[in-house]
Every structure is written in C-alpha cells, then in structure tokens.
Design a protein around this ligand. Structure first.
Ligand code: OSB
Ligand code: MG
Length: 370
C-alpha cells in the first residue's frame, strides 16, 4: 500500500455535557482527524489531542506541527505491506504519540479497506461485542452524581468509572455505595494526589473499587509502587504508560495491577497491541480507555477492545453519550444489556459523514507526494 496523500482536519465538536476532571473542564472535544489515501482507497484516524497539555504534553498546535513538518513528510510516498510497519517510520522522533497515532491508525483503516477486512479482523480481534463502561466526570454535587450514575446503570452500562480529586473523593464514593449498592465501580484521579496522601487513599479500600486509576504523577512509577504496597485496591495506570517497555518497568516495580490501554497515548494500534501482549504475558488484565473520541477514534477503540486480551469493560460508550450527532453513520449504539457490537464491515465499518466533518472543522490542510 502506497501513501499518496494525507489530509488533516482540526475539529471542535460540542459535547452533550461538559466533562470535568481533576485537570480541567471540557465543553468541546478537539481532535485532529487524519485521512490517508493511496491506491484508490482511503482510511481515517483520530489524534484526540487537547488544546492545552493537560492530559499529556501534546496540544493541537504541537501535533499539527509534528504532523506537517516531520511525520507526514516521512510518510508520503512510503509503501507498506502491513500496517504493523507504520509506527517504525518515525522511530527517530521522540514521543508525540497522539500525532503519530493519527496517521498510524489511518494506515490500518486504509489497509483493512483495501483488503476487505474489518479493523477488528485486521488486528486479530475475536469478540463480536464488547461490554460498555462509562466514565463520569465530576458533578456539581454528590446528589447529581448519584442521579447520573443511577441513570447510567439503568441504561445498561456494565461498569461505572467516576472522576475523583482531593476533597471530592470519600463522600462521593460513600454516597454512590449507600444509594446504589455493590455495582462495578472504579475511580480515576488523573494524577491529582501525592504519595503523602497515602493514609487518605487507604480509606478508599473500604469501597471495594475494581481499581483506582492514575492516582499519582504521570511520570512517577516509583511512588505508584510505594502506594500500591499500601493499598488493597488495585492501581491501574493510564498517563504513566506510554509503551510496552513502560508496562514492563511498571510491572517489575509493582506500580500497578491493571493497565488502561489507549492507542493514541502509545502511538497507535500496533503499539497498543504490543502493550496488551506484554501485560498478558505477566497475567495483568487490561481494558480499552478513551479520550472522548469522535466516531472515528471510537470505531478504532472497538476494534482494539475486540482482542481477546481485553478482559475488563473499558471506557467505550455509545456516540450519544458524547455528541448529539456523531460524524459517522450509523452512530455507535449500545444494547439494553450494555454491549456494543464490534463493526463487521470493511475498515471502520462505519461511513464518515463529510458534511458533519466540515461542519465542525476549524482548519484543514492537505499534503500529497506529487
Ligand atoms: O483519564 O481516562 C482518562 C477523557 C479525557 C482525558 C482523560 C481521560 C478521559 C476519560 C473519558 O476518562 C473516557 C471516554 O469516555 O472516552
Ligand atoms: Mg484515566
């Protein structure tokens, strides 16, 4: 498959409700959509970068720069026999994983389309449907949070994740357990605590959480290991794991017992699959996280989560949880018992609606090898 042209679109799509975490509030989902074309076919990827470097160090502007000035020039005109090769094109470029993932994931879709395979088949995914989880942001009050989680449980979600931060943790979890009982629940702190908070975090053990996600700094495997030794609740790492090598180091140190895998965080689907294999070899369960993706990134996540090694429900929710109208047709939907069907058609298995893409595009740029 030869890469002949690449198009970039910066989208800003309004969310149906603001998403509030320990690091900030998002009313709009920003991302860079990447379309790679070649040999009469095309494929889509999504780099879910934010405007500010709050989740990782990348931003819309840094990713656009990396794509335009380094990653796309190294990709145009390249031939690949299999998309697992693509990540290697930028071996000399450090990090900038979301920018790389945008192109890498589009190359998977392009290849799958030309082979007549679904993305799940291209990756080796076996599941026909995946259990849906939902990530619930911080709400104005514990009362509002309980009402929202009650609604999500009635909608069928198979696991609930709530965001916590210092001052918004024990009472909130207590309210959920008191009102709604023993449903599958976990908490994500997005690095809001320090190791000196360990005595406080030990109090979370009484809520029987499935896991506590990323309590400490994004680059601190050492303190996470010290904290894990003091908790019965398993720690799950998100921001701290940027590669399969990071996971090997984290597991060697005892920094976590579960890993959240997001393809954009690690440079794409090839790297995400290697990360999953590293975890599986050590008996460590993984699940597929999310970054509020549009239908394009969501379809990629469904394909990834269809791999047998993804044994826990993740953060993949239906389109309607994020957007009033998605940019793909049909939108991603969830059954009443909380499952999402893995797309079976070629590539994404959904059609990208260009009218919707253009509607939310703030900036676009095209590149070709001619
Ligand atoms: O930490 O998992 C996270 C969204 C944006 C940035 C970071 C995170 C999240 C989520 C939402 O939790 C996951 C989703 O619903 O896509
Ligand atoms: Mg997280």
């Amino acid at each position: 498959m030869r890469v002949e042209a690449i198009d970039l679109y910066h989208l800003a799509m309004p969310l149906v409700a603001p998403f509030v975490t320990s690091f900030g509030r998002e009313d709009v989902h920003d991302c860079i959509l990447v379309r790679v074309s070649g040999e009469g076919s095309s494929g889509w990827g999504e780099a879910p970068v934010m405007r500010a470097p709050l989740y990782n160090e990348e931003t819309i502007e840094t990713a656009w720069h990396m794509l335009r000035d380094l990653l796309i020039p190294a990709a145009l005109g390249r031939d690949y026999a299999h998309p697992a090769e693509v990540g290697g094109w930028w071996a000399a470029v450090r990090r900038n994983y979301m920018a790389k993932a945008g192109v890498e994931m589009a190359c998977w879709d392009l290849w799958a389309n030309s082979e007549g395979l679904s993305l799940a088949e291209a990756l080796g995914g076996e599941k026909e449907r995946i259990p849906a989880g939902v990530s619930v942001g911080l709400q104005a009050s514990d009362h509002d949070l309980v009402a929202l989680v009650r609604r999500h449980l009635a909608e069928g979600y198979r696991r609930i994740k709530v965001k916590i931060k210092p001052g918004r943790d024990l009472r909130l979890l207590e309210a959920l357990r008191d009102s709604l009982g023993g449903f599958p629940l976990m908490a994500d702190a997005n690095s809001a605590y320090r190791l000196s908070d360990a005595p406080h975090l030990q109090e979370l053990d009484r809520f029987a959480l499935m896991m506590l996600e990323q309590p400490l700094d994004h680059d601190d495997l050492v303190d996470h290991a010290a904290l894990q030794a003091l908790l019965t609740t398993p720690i799950c790492l998100d921001e701290s794991i940027l590669s399969a090598e990071d996971a090997r180091r984290a597991l060697q140190l005892g920094s976590c017992r579960v890993v959240n895998i997001k393809a954009p965080r690690v440079g794409g689907l090839g790297a995400a699959r290697r990360l999953q294999e590293t975890c599986a070899a050590q008996g460590v369960p993984v699940w597929c996280g999310g970054l509020l993706e549009t239908g394009i990134g969501r379809a990629h996540n469904l394909a990834l989560a269809s791999l047998a090694g993804f044994t826990l429900p993740g953060d993949t929710s239906p389109s309607s949880r994020y957007f009033s109208e998605d940019i793909i047709e049909p939108p991603v939907t969830m059954s009443a018992d909380g499952y999402i069907a893995v797309p079976r058609g070629p590539g994404l298995g959904h059609t990208v609606v260009m009218e919707q893409v253009r509607r939310w595009t703030l900036r676009a740029e095209s590149f070709s090898d001619r």
